[in-house]
Design a protein around this ligand. Structure first.
Ligand code: THU
Length: 314
């Protein structure tokens, strides 16, 4: 396979070699001959990827990876190859700085994050997409299989994202002091780390607010969520909840509420900061209800129409 790397010095040499292996494995698994394919890979700064994201997807924020496919499917690539020989799959643009931040947050290595992003992007170049839940599942399964073959599977370490978990837990505990809970006597605090469209992250906290008409009660997790969303921080990355009066974990309606803004977020809870459970939202709420077209396509997250092109994918 032919690779055109732009600024390969932005990542360690061994990573480039693993990327090449990852790309060849990905295409081979789709029944394509790597010798007839080429791909361009650029490493860019957060400012550069934001500008590309704005230019091509009309989304003005920093992102981790952008993919610019030249073909619709592996079949189309195969037919092209049979007729013309070499096929240029397209461009992959990766922001290593952003990948490093995400690796820290998710508690795995930078290598895992960059290779994972690259495999994800290679699958886009081969025509895969994640607009619909079943497509997303297929893509995720392929990604995980490739990562496992490469020997860098997801580290399901107990302590993944430990620092983030502890910090959020402490903030949630402080926030619980703002609870209004005269009926249950159970104070709950929550903290959510979220990102806005510009790629800035912030931590928002909340506490439960009860009501004499009991059903009017608002949980800590939703109190924190609305603060984040109202401030424009609509991409939830991580969260924690806790109580000075026992162990709190998000209730069903809060799990549903969180899934709107953080389908892939991680959540921490436990009796104290040294005994935290770390769960992904899909573990807390399996089979999340998603109106994926509405979230990812014609109507944007703010309800307005966005101009995401068919071709350029994150
Ligand atoms: N509570 C929360 O704040 N979060 C949850 O997810 C579970 C329940 C609050 C609501 C109510 O004020 C109190 O805990 C007892 O149910």
């Amino acid at each position: 396979m032919n690779f055109y790397f732009d600024r390969p010095e932005e990542v360690p040499k061994e990573r480039i070699e693993t990327m090449k292996k990852a790309a060849e494995l990905t295409v081979r698994r789709e029944g394509l001959d790597p010798d007839l394919l080429e791909v361009s890979v650029s490493f860019v700064s957060p400012e550069e990827i934001r500008s590309l994201n704005r230019q091509y997807r009309n989304v003005d924020r920093v992102t981790d990876v952008l993919s610019f496919p030249q073909f619709e499917s592996a079949d189309e690539i195969r037919t092209f190859g049979e007729n013309f020989g070499m096929a240029e799959l397209g461009d992959v643009v990766i922001c290593p700085e952003r990948a490093a931040e995400q690796a820290k947050l998710f508690g795995h290595s930078e290598e895992r994050e960059i290779i994972y992003l690259f495999v994800h992007s290679m699958l886009h170049l081969l025509g895969y997409d994640h607009m619909e839940a079943d497509e997303k599942q297929e893509m995720r399964t392929k990604e995980e299989e490739i990562m496992t073959i490469l020997g860098i599977p997801r580290e399901n370490a107990e302590n993944a994202g430990e620092e983030t978990g502890k910090l959020l837990f402490q903030k949630a505990m402080d926030a619980s002091l703002g609870s209004w809970s005269p009926y249950s006597g159970f104070r709950v605090g929550a903290a959510i780390q979220a990102m806005n469209e510009e790629g800035d992250t912030g931590i928002f906290t909340g506490a439960n607010v009860e009501n004499i008409s009991y059903g009017g009660t608002i949980c800590a997790e939703r109190a924190a969520s609305v603060k984040a969303v109202n401030a424009g921080y609509r991409i939830f990355l991580a969260g924690a909840s806790c109580s000075p009066d026992g162990t709190a974990s998000p209730c069903g309606i809060c799990r549903q509420f969180l899934s709107e803004f953080g389908p892939d977020m991680v959540f921490f809870f436990g009796p104290d900061e040294d005994h935290l459970q770390r769960k992904t939202l899909s573990e807390l709420l399996p089979g999340q209800f998603r109106f994926s077209k509405m979230l990812a396509g014609e109507a944007g997250r703010n309800g307005s129409v966005n101009n995401d092109s068919e071709k350029e994918k994150e």
